[in-house]
Ligand binder design. Structure first.
Ligand code: GAR
Length: 198
């Protein structure tokens, strides 16, 4: 009998460099899983392009497509069921996950955040805002956190963290680049550990 590979959906909104790093780790057989869906609130973004290039179904599901929020949530759940998704991997997804999805996928949604949670997390803390806040606070180190997603923003169980230094003269852009490089190594390592423990 063919070995079962864990069926993953990746949720992205942007470049998708973390998605690429994870996909590479899977292709190189460091993680025993497969991406069977890329879901985005945007039809055109780096992540969706990468999914299409690699034969991974790329599906736009956005609040803007549904006047009624309930229908938006239903469309998301339908897609997850249809593709028999076991884990949802958030990789630069800039929208809140609907509560019904968090409930259905309890302990099966993973996120990467570009700072050392519980610091610099919460509503409105995403992308370059995080790095701006880290620099304004005068921190000497930052990093990335891989954590499970629950009902509260950036509050779920922490799976793994890695630190990077904040260097004199850093701007939000230079710090973001250093953290992102760290994310590309951390996320595959954390996902591999999580799935191996199942
Ligand atoms: C990453 O730095 C990720 O940690 C961050 O967005 C970037 C996406 O980059 N996510 C958040 O801020 C979510 N709160 P990518 O599209 O190149 O992977």
């Amino acid at each position: 009998m063919a070995e079962h590979k864990t069926r993953l959906a990746v949720f992205c909104s942007g470049t998708g460099s973390n998605f690429r790093a994870l996909h590479r780790a899977i292709t190189e057989k460091h993680i025993d899983a497969e991406f069977v869906l890329c879901l985005s609130n945007r039809s055109e973004c780096g992540a969706m392009e990468y999914a299409r290039e690699n034969g991974i179904p790329a599906l736009q599901v956005s609040e803007n497509q549904y006047p009624d929020y309930k229908d938006f949530v239903a469309a998301m759940l339908y897609a997850l069921n249809e593709h028999r998704i076991e884990y949802i991997i958030l990789a630069g997804y800039m929208r809140k996950i609907p509560d019904a999805i968090v409930k259905t996928y309890h302990e099966r949604i993973v996120n990467i955040h570009p700072a050392l949670l519980p610091k610099f997390g919460g509503e409105g803390m995403y992308g370059s805002r995080v790095h701006t806040a880290v620099l304004s606070a005068g921190e000497t180190e930052s990093g990335a956190t891989v954590h499970m997603v629950d009902e509260e923003y950036d509050r779920g169980r922490i799976l793994m963290q890695e630190t990077v230094p904040v260097l004199p003269g850093d701007t939000p852009e230079t710090l973001a680049r250093r953290v992102l490089t760290c994310e590309h190594e951390l996320y595959p390592r954390a996902l591999r550990k999580l799935l191996n423990a199942q």
